[in-house]
Structure formats: C-alpha cells, structure tokens
Design a protein around this ligand. Sequence first.
Ligand code: AKB
Length: 316
Amino acid sequence: MASKILIIGACGQIGTELTMALRKKNGNANVIACDIREGNEELMSSGPFEIADATNYNQIEDLVIQYEIDEVYLMAAMLSATAEKFPMKGWSLNMESLFHVLNLAKDKKIYKVFWPSSIAVFGPTTPKHNTPQTTVMEPTTVYGISKQAGERWCEYYHKKFGVDVRSIRYPGLISYKTLPGGGTTDYAVEIYHEALKTGTYTSFLKEDTELPMMFMDDAIRATISLMEAPAKKVKVRSSYNLSALNFTPETLAASIRNHIPEFTISYHPDFRQAIADSWPSSIDDSSAREDWDWKHEFDLDRMTAEMLSGIKEVHQ
Ligand code: AKB
C-alpha cells in the first residue's frame, strides 16, 4: 500500500512541484497538500488540500490523524532575505514547525520526516570553495542560524528517539512554475522572467558573486530519492550537502544571451549582497553521491533553455 504523505507548505516554490511529483508517483489521494494560503489551480484540484498553519501543533496533528499520515515533508519556512527583516517571526516559523513534526515522529504518530536545510547553514568562516559536508559552520543570518539549529535537532531526535528524519542542504533553486519568495538566490529566477518581459534586468547581487544553484527538477528528484533510500544508506542525519551548478549573475546573463542576444544586465547590490558573501560558492556533495547515489542532470545551458521555454508556456 502507498504511504500517506502530508506536505506542509505545499504552495511554495518547492512544495508545489514536490506535491505534483509525489501525487504522480503515489496517487493523488495519498498526497495531502496543506498551506496557510491557497495555491495554484492544478495543485488545489488534483488531490486533497487543507488550509493549516505550520506553527499550530493541533492543526497539524488533526491532519495527521484525519488522513492517517505516514510521512511528512515540512516545506514551510521563512527564507534568508525576509527573515533578516522579521527575525523573531522567521525563527518561530522555522523552529516551531520543525519541533511539531519531530515530536509527532517521536510519538510514533508519523514514521518518516523530510525537512529542508540550506547552504545558509554555512558562514564567512566556512571554506568557501568545495565546502565539505562536515566543516566550520558559523552562519550570520537568522535563516542560517535557524537551519543550523534545526539540523542539530534533527540529528538529536534521530539519535535519541530513533526518528527517521532526512534532510538536504538545498542550494538556490531555480524553477518557472512557482516563484520563490524572500530568498537571496531569487535573482536567478527573476532574471529569466525579466529577460523575456523587458529584455533587461538589474541584479541585486554583484556580477561576480558565485553561488551554488540547482534546477528544480534535480532538487525534486534528489528529495524523493533520499526519502526512498533504505534507512541504512542514510548515514547523515543532520543534512546532506547537495550540488549541481555554481554560477555568477554575469555567467547566467551570458547563458541567457545565447537565446536572447539583446538581453542586458546591470548591477545594483543591496542588503542581500552581504548574505550572499557569507555563503559558499561551491559545495562538495560526495557524501550524497556515495550514500544514496545522487547525480544531477541539468547544467546551466540546459536549465536556461528549459526556464525560457517553461516561462513562455506557463506565464505568457
Ligand atoms: C535563500 O536564498 O534564502 C534560499 C536558500 C539558499 O536557502 N534560496
């Protein structure tokens, strides 16, 4: 029998595509989407959808009981740029929601948990290039501090209570179906929309700011394959480094120019530059590759082609 899955934060950038991918795999009725707000038409109509607040334990527990949930994917979070503006709100959302889900698993009301971490767990004292799985981690953002604390709690609940929790340190994720909101890597999505709409983009990061990034299809495949891996292969219970591409605004613009030669870019760095400067420029993900056979498929040029044709199809 297929597992019953609850996706919290299903209407966000990752949640939307994850919900549709899991519904395709496990059957629409077995994947319950919930969020604090409504999402797109396809997500809302293709299977069960409930309004729920990730920080409200009773609401989440009620859904777990009502739908006899086995696995939870907790995708609700406040991202790096927004959390700098609302530090206490960011901390409460990111931490309370995680404790609710970990406690449901500790009490055996659910059996498996996916929780997203981020490259934001690293900080200025971390080795910047090819950042190892285990290294110095002194994050300087609210979001990064919450993700790092969350990782520690995931490992603690696994060791102490046997909770089957699995996690990935996502790089910046690039997709055309649902817009990201409040992240430092969002420029790499906005740039494609603006290239098609106006032929020009003003980047809030400097031209040579290199960050780890990934096309959403790869991220979804990684997430599902980590969750499907036999428990004994999942050796890291804090969170796995995951890598695909590293690029700067300048190289991304050049790849767009292969399709739209007249595209222009200018640079006007804001407070997000300091956040980006504190993160790695590339990540060593050999643990994920060795433990559960992770392999990315999209390079920069393939991703650019896919983004431009996807935006035209969905948004124009
Ligand atoms: C952000 O920019 O805050 C996120 C992330 C890297 O976790 N996309």
